[in-house]
Design a protein around this ligand. Structure first.
Ligand code: SIN
Length: 415
């Protein structure tokens, strides 16, 4: 059996970021069932929420996250999320992610349910693509071993301790076993199980299924987020129209041209994502239509083409100039808040088995994720996985510190 200190399943932001930190601590294998860049990260448009401006604070970000989560967030995990982000952003910059700047300062935008502009982005609305390509380039030029087209098919466990993983080479049909000290699931969510989805084709819940079969705890699977504004054009696959478009002033109209969001909630288009998605569905039912419209025709065309070049070009390629015409949209499956239950160090109830990113349920999102908190969660808790698995602090049986002991008891008592 081939042995690695770390085996990481999945190659989005969580998997690649952990790999780049872990390679300083031991040997690393990444197994990914498609190409290294086949993942949801690549499709993320909006950006990363992080309290960086002088008018913002981790406390304010904490409050917004807790409010969006409908009272079901894990407060301790949200504290960590909102306080430990800046250091991880510095890592991403070191790994080459070209965040957008103005006069030498990283530019911030606003998204729905954030009380202040705090979203950093890259290439306007191509944040995920820049992150994915920067990290995968770093990984390719490191000693990290990558196996593409390899589907993890079983987690090998003995006496509640992870031993390794079985993997099917999709090109040859061969099944191999790899042993490891730490196995990290970073396979993304389950979005492709739905008919209309913003997710990459590869996002089919593999990590959750593998963990479940191995006996790991799974939590909050009922909390699934629908993105309110996904392009609904006949013959065109669902395509995300970023939350940031409403953050910059986009408004929603029903098929009769009527602006409906103020009738549902005072924050109108800037209400939390679940509220906007639900209100949109009510409006679609009321008007007997399968879509509503996002209107940005009142915004300066230059703002649209420079801030949302990717969306602008995609729509134009499908015959729609969004500076002049309304964008047909409808809600579509977007993000799983639940997943493999982990503590604040990414540990599952199986020793040596970790989960990170959308695959994991850290509790930070509660019942509804605040926009642009997902990439942040991937790096903040990804870094903690790397820290937790450094040789001096990791013991076979688990956990040494007081904090970790309390986290372990959370794993045992939550359902
Ligand atoms: C978006 O750009 O609207 C997606 C951002 C997110 O899902 O957090």
């Amino acid at each position: 059996m081939n042995h690695y200190d770390y085996i990481i399943v999945g190659s989005g932001i969580a998997g690649l970021y952990i790999a780049l930190l872990a390679i300083k601590q031991g040997s690393v294998l990444i197994l990914t069932k498609g190409n290294i860049d086949d993942c949801n990260t690549k499709y993320a448009q909006g950006g990363i929420a992080v309290a960086m401006s002088k008018d913002d604070s981790p406390e304010l970000h904490f409050k917004d996250t807790m409010a969006a989560g409908d009272g079901l967030c894990d407060a301790e995990a949200v504290r960590i999320l909102t306080e430990e982000g800046a250091e991880c952003i510095a890592d991403l910059i070191r790994f080459g992610v070209p965040f957008d700047t103005l006069n030498g300062e990283i530019t911030l935008t606003r998204e729905a349910a954030h009380s202040t502009p705090r979203i950093i982005h890259a290439g306007g609305d191509a944040t995920g693509e820049h992150i994915e390509l920067s990290l995968s380039q770093q990984v390719r030029s490191s000693s990290i071993k990558i196996l593409e087209d390899c589907l993890a098919s079983e987690i090998l466990v003995e006496g509640n301790k992870v031993k390794g993983v079985k993997s099917l080479d999709c090109r040859t049909g061969l099944v191999e076993e790899y042993s490891c000290q730490f196995l990290i699931l970073a396979t993304g969510g389950v979005g492709r199980l739905f008919k209309y989805s913003t997710n990459s084709d590869v996002v089919t819940g593999d990590g959750v299924a593998l963990a479940f079969k191995a006996g790991a705890g799974i939590s909050d699977m009922e909390f699934f987020q629908f993105h309110p504004t996904v392009l609904r054009l006949p013959g065109v696959a669902p395509f995300l129209i970023s939350e940031a478009v409403r953050g910059e002033g986009g408004i929603l109209r029903n098929v009769e041209g009527y602006r409906f969001m103020p009738n549902y909630v005072a924050e109108a288009e800037l209400a939390a994502r679940d509220i906007v998605a639900r209100s949109t569905v009510y409006e679609m039912r009321k008007t007997g239509s399968d879509r509503v419209f996002l209107d940005v025709t009142h915004l300066p065309p230059r703002l649209i083409t420079t801030r949302f070049p990717h969306i602008y070009r995609f729509c134009l390629a499908h015959g729609l100039d969004i500076t002049r015409g309304l964008i047909p949209v409808a809600p579509a499956a977007h993000y799983l808040m639940g997943g493999v239950k982990v503590n604040t160090w990414g540990e599952t109830n199986i020793s040596g088995l970790f989960a990170a990113g959308e695959t994991a349920c850290t509790g930070v999102h509660g019942a509804n994720r605040l926009a642009s908190n997902s990439l942040l969660e991937s790096v903040v808790f990804g870094k903690r996985v790397a820290e937790r698995t450094t040789a001096p602090c990791h013991k076979e049986s688990g956990v040494e510190s007081q904090e970790s002991r309390s986290q372990d008891s959370r794993l045992k008592t939550q359902d």
